[in-house]
Write a protein that binds this ligand. Structure first.
Ligand code: NAP
Length: 317
């Protein structure tokens, strides 16, 4: 019997930065395998990683060995140098070896110094695509000028950017560009590392630092740039009220709001080993929130969370 594909297959991608034990609690391999199997059982078969996420690519390759039905999005990272053809080939072969694949489903070129000319990189990646070694090309954290330039050289199909009710810089101009050029927006940080959840409703003051959790390292800085914790706390209160009316959680409201934004494709949701959280996330789109409440969320976040600039504006330096 042929099973119909689960709708969740196109709704979510499991983010696997969490397998990098330099930024996150070091998870044992059997626990990682169990979590990945849980996501697969929910019908999600896409995963996101990067060549700079420590052991993540290797672990994913191990856990998904033989699962040709799964898609793995990875990233090629060159920060401050124009890579030589040899360096690009080395990176490609390394990712293929780590992921135990004959081809890469999607290679996302990571942000780099905006003045570097990456045309030779894109041309090389197009050659690999023509040879079948790469199926799809993507970018991550590019500015509008960087993406516009890159599109002259390569058929970029996805752009991975931070997007949530606390970070809406993509709406300044990037979203319109992606819509115009048919590029799917893959949002990450949809829960701001978990800050957009009922767990943080109780914190009137800045939550304590957690040294083995990426949210401290990554999303605390973002919140500080976007007006600080009080605005986030007020937003959480409004989200909680709306969530209650639908018997949803704050995280489910956050994911559903994001799902309704123009140009947004599958949401990248960072791996958690907590089965209840996995279930909440997977069921987040099942009970629709009324358009008026989604609009209230947009308006409230706009009022409470000041932010300016393009995608990744201050992080890029
Ligand atoms: N392109 C880039 O530069 C870039 C940057 C960052 C991330 N990413 C990618 O995007 C993925 C997702 O981003 P992210 O993990 O940083 O952010 P996220 O998805 O907003 O946060 C994930 C964290 O939130 C917590 N969480 C998950 N579900 C929850 C729920 N229902 N309630 C409460 N907490 C919940 C989990 O922590 P606990 O299990 O501890 O509760 C989980 O580790 C990453 O894994 C990575 O693949 C890309």
């Amino acid at each position: 019997m042929i099973m119909a594909p689960s709708p969740r297959q196109n709704q979510f991608i499991v983010g696997c930065w969490q397998l990098d034990d330099r930024c996150w609690l070091s998870l044992p391999v059997n626990e990682i395998q169990r979590s990945i199997d849980t996501y697969l059982a929910w019908g999600v078969n896409s995963f996101d990683t990067a060549d700079i996420y420590g052991r993540s690519e290797k672990l994913l390759g191990h856990c998904l060995k033989g699962r040709d039905d799964c898609r793995i999005f990875t990233k090629m990272v060159f920060f401050d140098e124009i890579p030589s053809p040899q360096h690009i080939q080395y990176k490609l072969e390394n990712s293929l070896r780590n992921l135990q694949r004959d081809y890469l489903d999607n290679v996302q070129v990571h942000w780099h110094h905006p003045e570097l000319d990456f045309a030779p990189l894109w041309e090389k990646l197009c050659t690999y695509q023509a040879q079948g070694k790469i199926r799809q090309l993507g970018a991550t954290n590019f500015s509008v000028p960087m993406l516009t330039k890159a599109l002259k050289y390569a058929p970029i199909q996805t752009h991975q950017v931070q997007y949530s009710l606390i970070d809406r810089r993509v709406e300044a101009a990037m979203q319109a560009l992606c819509l115009e050029r048919g590029i799917t927006i893959l949002p990450y940080g949809s829960l701001a590392g978990g800050f957009l959840s009922n767990k943080f409703l109780k914190f009137d003051q800045q939550p304590p630092q957690e040294m083995d959790h990426g949210r401290t390292f990554h999303y605390t800085t973002m919140i500080a740039q976007h007006g600080g914790w009080p605005g986030v706390q007020s937003l959480l209160q409004i989200m909680a009220k709306i969530a209650k009316g639908y018997n949803l959680t704050i995280s489910q409201v956050a994911l559903q709001w994001l799902h309704h934004q123009p140009g947004v494709g599958p949401i990248i949701t960072g791996l958690t080993t907590n089965r209840q959280q996995i279930q909440q996330n997977m069921e987040s789109l099942d009970r629709p929130i009324a358009a008026a409440d989604l609009q209230t969320l947009s308006d409230t976040s706009r009022q409470l969370i000041p932010q300016a600039g393009d995608v990744y504006s201050y992080e890029r330096g």
